[in-house]
Design a protein around this ligand. Structure first.
Ligand SMILES: C/C(=C\COP(=O)(O)OP(=O)(O)O)CCC[C@H](C)CCC[C@H](C)CCCC(C)C
Ligand SMILES: O=C(O)C1=CC(=O)c2ccccc2C1=O
Length: 305
């Protein structure tokens, strides 16, 4: 596939600049970086009764910076394929300065990796550095040339492993320098809720994705079948937690995760009703963020109580 730069179509003046900047920076999305570190640390606390707060806070800040790099470079790479032509809230379109965004993104990455290096240095162990570098590699492969695996519809799988098993293991390991079955099982649940966000972000973008040759899961499945799949994906989060409690792998308090049923139900209903109306379904990504947030917080609480 040859991808040529496509010129940006300017923003309608009526959309306020402040709103566009908030949509470009997407503050709620950063809970996605914090949650794997919180979950790995919560399971470590449940099993050892100790937390190293210095490592925890350094890891959280590093994760936020690495996710900032991922999002800034996403706007840079997407500006090269033309897929963001109709996206006024792309940072490249807002600033008109691709190289500025590229270098701010790279500075975030270097600072984030420096935080991870500091933890590796304190522990005299390179394990978490290797894992986080692997996550960054997957993040690059999602959107950067020559891979652009997101364009092949592989983003959700990369997202599952990066924010689930890999990041949660790294956080657990940063506290304990070992692994655990409970933290692995918990990471599967977080991987699913994080990938759900990416899955939902594609419902309103089918036309632009098709035009740019991006075969997202929603392009491949169609919006109707995508909407039909959602209750199964959300349901798997509750079914897995119930099964892990029944098997004695999770404390009974983790059933608190059922408190996140309201955003899960809201998400499934909203997408079922609006899957083929881009303007209406476009906010479903943020309902998915809310489900990810509440299920993650309640799962963490279930481990620390
Ligand atoms: C940038 C991401 C999604 C945006 O995708 P898309 O191009 O469809 O969106 P726009 O319409 O807004 O342009 C997220 C991609 C996630 C990626 C598959 C994996 C990233 C891995 C992270 C770098 C790992 C972070 C680890 C941290 C928690 C320690
Ligand atoms: O802008 C987006 O659509 C997303 C940004 C982001 O950082 C992220 C992280 C993890 C899962 C999904 C997403 C997005 O969808």
């Amino acid at each position: 596939m040859t991808l040529k730069p496509v010129p940006y179509t300017p923003t309608p003046a009526r959309v306020s600049r402040k709103k566009l900047w908030m949509a470009a920076i997407k503050p709620p999305m950063y809970s996605v970086a914090v949650m794997p570190i919180a979950l790995g640390t919560a399971v470590a606390y449940a099993e050892t009764g100790r937390i190293d707060w210095g490592i925890f806070t350094t890891f959280v800040m590093a994760a936020i910076l690495i996710l900032a790099w991922e999002n800034l470079s996403n706007d840079v790479f997407d500006s090269e394929t033309g897929i963001d032509r109709n996206k006024p809230h792309s940072l490249v379109n807002l600033t008109g300065n691709k190289s500025l965004i590229f270098w701010i993104g790279n500075s975030c990455l270097v600072t984030g990796i420096a935080g991870i290096l500091a933890i590796a240095w304190w522990q005299q162990d390179v394990t978490i550095l290797a894992i986080i570098l692997l996550c960054c590699g997957l993040g690059y492969a999602y959107q950067g040339p020559p891979f652009r695996l997101g364009y092949q519809g592989l983003g959700e799988i990369l997202c599952f492993f990066s924010f689930g098993p890999l990041a949660v293991f790294a956080a657990y390991y940063s506290q304990t320098q070992t692994g655990s079955i409970a933290s692995f099982m918990a990471s599967i649940i977080l991987g699913i809720t994080t990938s759900l966000i990416l899955f939902c972000s594609h419902f309103h973008q089918v036309e632009d994705d098709l035009a740019a040759g991006k075969r997202s899961p929603i392009v491949r499945l169609g919006t109707r079948r995508g909407a039909q799949l959602l209750p199964w994906l959300c349901g798997s989060v509750f079914a897995l937690t119930g099964a892990f409690v029944a098997l004695g792998l999770f404390p009974v308090w983790t059933l608190l995760i059922f408190g996140s049923l309201p955003p899960a139900i809201k998400l499934c209903r909203h997408v079922r009703a609006n899957h083929n109306q881009p303007a209406r379904v476009s906010n479903c990504k943020f309902i998915a963020v809310s489900f990810h947030f509440w299920s993650g917080v309640l799962l963490c609480l279930g481990f620390v109580l």
